[in-house]
Design a protein around this ligand. Structure first.
Ligand code: ADP
Ligand code: MG
Length: 364
């Protein structure tokens, strides 16, 4: 697995072989991660996969048992949090409730001994940047949840940190507001060129925001790559199932050379494009994204085609999702545009469905 930064960026953060356990629980198992200047990297994984532990280790709130952490070339593995010059935003980052918005944002500058005039100027700039100009005199409780998170963002960035860390910052916000904040964060991050590590369990959020995504499970990085690489070429079963929706089907390799095909556990034979080195008899998992399956006018209109019965239709507005059952009993999920050229399909109807060999991905 690659831990390389993109070649056009200087490395800012380098985590090497980080391990951390809490008693019997191995929260991090030899994690390595490299983040380039101005890059937005997301740690994506289910609850308990080690995302917060890794973020806290980078910030200095948790010591790691083994490994090193370097920031801007400097070894900070044992540096106290205050020396790391890192900005942080948490899900419920309680702003200081008795301080005004301006005082909250000024706090990290005061800690650093910045002059009064300079503080006033930078707080004003930070407020403008997060579109809260004129809100400086308010108390946190006089702001909405989204506005409070913008203040937290201003406070985490006002001292020009070398690195910005965010731990599920928008998960308490409702959907519309969350989407606005995601776009605002990405703009702010790009405008300031902030090197950022963002934590979420929400795969859509990760795909939308990130230059690269590190998919985590059980204290390990399962795959590190661009959003499209993670989505289109998942490295393993876990990533394929966790990022995006997927039909995951067990199959076995049959034949050899150009005549190779796949046999599903349910009996169907499939035309497939297999990477070299897959011998007959090998068991694997097929990944087939719902949007890759099409309705066919007739059998044979795609290299893999099957008769099916429509079991369920879920209308999602822009898209529609269908569950279909093949003759073997195998159920597949299709996703099509509701206003596309497809004619309507209703539960109980029969149809042909299909996909090309190149639409499938194979994972161990
Ligand atoms: P995530 O942020 O991905 O949900 P965490 O990093 O918080 O995951 O937790 C990783 C694992 O470490 C989990 O099994 C969690 O229960 C455990 N863990 C985290 N913090 C502590 C702690 N302070 N004491 C004991 N176990 C912890
Ligand atoms: Mg967490």
């Amino acid at each position: 697995m690659s831990t390389e930064t993109p070649t056009d960026r200087a490395e800012i953060l380098a985590v090497r072989g980080a391990r951390k356990s809490y008693g019997q629980v191995q929260a991090l198992e030899s994690v390595s991660l490299s983040v380039g200047a101005g890059e937005f990297v997301t740690l994506l994984g289910p609850s308990g996969s080690g995302k917060t532990t890794l973020l806290k280790a980078i910030a200095g709130f948790e010591d790691i048992d083994e490994g090193t952490i370097r920031l801007g070339g400097e070894d900070i593995t044992d540096a106290p949090p205050g020396r790391r010059n890192i900005g942080m935003v948490f899900q419920n980052y309680a702003l200081f409730p008795h301080m005004t918005v301006a005082q909250n944002i000024a706090f990290p500058l005061e800690m650093r001994g910045v002059s009064r005039a300079e503080i006033a100027r930078r707080v004003e700039d930070a407020l403008t940047l997060v579109e809260l100009g004129g809100y400086g005199a308010r108390l946190p409780r006089e702001l909405s949840g989204g506005q409070q998170q913008r203040v937290a963002l201003a406070r985490a960035t006002v001292f020009s940190p070398r690195l910005l860390l965010l731990d599920e910052p928008f998960s308490a916000l409702d959907r519309k507001l969350r989407e606005n904040m995601q776009v605002e964060l990405r703009r702010l991050q790009q405008r300031l060129g902030l090197t950022t590590v963002f934590v979420t369990h929400d795969q859509e959020e990760a795909l939308l925001l990130s230059d690269r995504i590190a998919v985590m499970s059980n204290g390990r990085i399962e795959q590190l790559g661009s959003p499209d690489a993670i989505y289109d070429n998942p490295a393993n079963y876990f990533v394929a199932g966790f990022v995006g929706e997927a039909n995951l089907v067990r199959a076995r390799v049959e034949g050899s050379g150009a005549g190779q095909s796949l046999r599903l556990a349910t009996g169907e034979a499939l035309a497939a494009e297999l990477p070299p080195g897959f011998e007959a008899g090998r068991e694997l998992q097929l990944v087939l994204r719902p949007e890759r399956i099409r309705w066919l006018d007739q059998a044979g209109d795609a290299s893999n085609s099957f008769a099916a019965v429509v079991v369920e239709h879920l209308y999602l507005g822009q898209d529609s999702k269908y569950r279909v059952r093949l003759e073997s009993g195998l159920e597949l999920v299709l996703r099509r545009q509701s206003l596309g050229t497809d004619r309507p399909r209703r539960p109980g109807q029969t149809a042909f469905v299909g996909w090309q060999a190149s639409d499938m991905r194979i994972v161990p």
